[in-house]
Ligand binder design. Structure first.
Ligand code: 5RP
Length: 220
């Protein structure tokens, strides 16, 4: 199976876990695009979606799925999103697609986070994928220095601004053995909007696309 076929497989599997008659939290990325396309097939069973990016919003609306403002919705039962890496505890690196801030907000508002990934995203230790950090533009150099102090090699994502008008620093060379502590530490740097480590609010369930089918892991 190709990587895209694995992504499609897990996206379809996530559909089976959705409650009916509810507003669903929707992430961003190529795996989520397959999920949105699958969601279109059952759109009569859901009330609509809360979206983590302008890209996902456009795709949802193109399928005729209503998109709500999170402020008008409050808590949502489930959030479905991909990841760049996921470790054995359900902690993730996210933000490869640049939508990490809205993703983290919706994840926090959700009772349940279902992570949909192909098997290439499974890691023992987070950090091989360059860690995205969303940064207020005037703090770029300050934050970059602090990230170097903790052992990373930050590189600005060139020609890119987030949906919130901020920069992304992609931090290479990290080995994140204690994701919760690391997330807290980077969050405390002034000018950091969001760090792409999702450990305090990690996944509750991962659906993993493998050559032999979808494997489910539940994290307590
Ligand atoms: C976007 C994300 C995505 O979930 C992550 O980058 C995985 O994307 P893909 O499904 O395309 O591999 O965090 O900000």
């Amino acid at each position: 199976m190709t990587q895209d076929e694995l992504k499609q497989l897990v996206a379809a599997a996530a559909i089976d876990l959705l409650p009916h008659g509810e507003i669903i939290g929707v992430g961003t990325g190529s795996t989520v695009n397959f999920f949105i396309d699958a969601l279109a097939g059952i759109k009569q069973h859901i009330r609509g979606a809360v979206s983590s990016s302008e890209r996902s919003t456009q795709r949802l609306r193109a399928h005729g799925i209503a998109v709500y403002d999170l402020n008008d919705v409050g808590q949502i039962p489930v959030y479905v999103d991909g990841a760049d890496e996921i470790d054995p505890s359900g902690a993730m690196i996210k933000g490869g697609g640049g939508a990490l801030t809205r993703e983290k907000i919706i994840a926090e508002a959700a009772e349940r986070f279902i992570c949909i990934v192909d098997q290439s995203k499974l890691v023992q230790t987070l950090g091989q994928f360059p860690l995205p950090v969303e940064v207020v533009p005037m703090a770029r150099e300050l934050v970059a220095r602090k990230l170097r102090d903790i052992g990373g090699e930050p590189r600005e994502r060139t020609g890119y601004l987030t949906d919130n008008g901020n920069l992304i620093l992609d931090v290479h060379g990290l080995r994140i053995t204690q994701p919760r502590e690391f997330e807290t530490r980077v969050n405390q740097i002034p000018g950091v909007v969001t760090v792409g480590v999702f450990a305090h609010r990690g996944a509750d369930t991962a659906l993993i696309g493998t050559a032999t089918g979808v494997e489910r892991r539940d994290f307590v």
